[in-house]
Unconditional design. Structure first.
Length: 209
């Protein structure tokens, strides 16, 4: 994993094996062009790994410490469910529902945005239903709380990367994360302080240590 000769970080591979699931029957429900992208049932997870490979390896190790936090690939729209979702007779919590069409290439930025919510939720309060997300000033450790408390202040400056980032704290975090991964130079121009924040936290080995 993944196919086409692409290599994947072992930490991301471990997280995908543990937390990524394909909703049974979903491949039969997606449109023809998207269905052609997936040659077998593991192919959606392989495609997902392509879009998530931009995120730091230490993040995937951290996310595995909680029992919540799943990626469910399905034929519906991409969205994040912070509460409970039933899947194969079990309740899962903190589920990123990811559209097979988006993963196939229709909207990879949307895929990353939804994963951004999962990250925000878990680094903020470990995926608890009522806890404060990182973007709201939460944090699962003292270091993350200190970092999280900076995000509302940066959002209040009004330099959000686009209209989505300007619409609220959670979308500010998620959309800025997308831009840091895929349009970093543009983010550095539009909102250099959040770019520096990501560089000093999620992308800093010193911070993780």
């Amino acid at each position: 994993m993944p196919g086409n000769g692409q290599r994947i970080d072992p930490a991301l591979a471990n997280w995908l094996r543990a937390r990524a699931r394909l909703l049974p029957g979903s491949l039969d429900e997606v449109s023809g062009w998207a269905r052609e992208v997936y040659e077998h049932e593991w192919a959606p997870v392989q495609m997902l790994s392509r879009w998530l490979s931009c995120l730091p390896a230490r993040l995937w190790d951290a996310l595995l410490q909680w029992e919540s936090g799943y990626a469910l690939l399905w034929a519906g729209e991409s969205t994040y469910e912070p509460g409970e979702v039933e899947f194969r007779g079990r309740l899962h919590y903190g589920v990123a529902r990811l559209s097979l069409a988006d993963c196939a290439g229709r909207a990879p930025n949307r895929v990353l945005h939804v994963i951004g919510h999962l990250v925000d939720h878990h680094l903020g309060c470990g995926g608890e239903a009522e806890g404060a997300w990182l973007s709201e000033g939460g944090g699962v450790t003292a270091a993350w709380r200190e970092a999280g408390q900076q995000v509302p202040r940066l959002f209040a400056l009004g330099y959000g990367y686009d209209e989505v980032a300007q619409s609220g704290l959670r979308d500010y975090f998620a959309q800025s994360l997308v831009a840091y991964c895929r349009e970093r130079q543009a983010l550095n121009v539009a909102d250099p302080q959040i770019a520096r924040w990501f560089r000093a936290t999620l992308w800093s080995s010193r911070f993780w240590n």
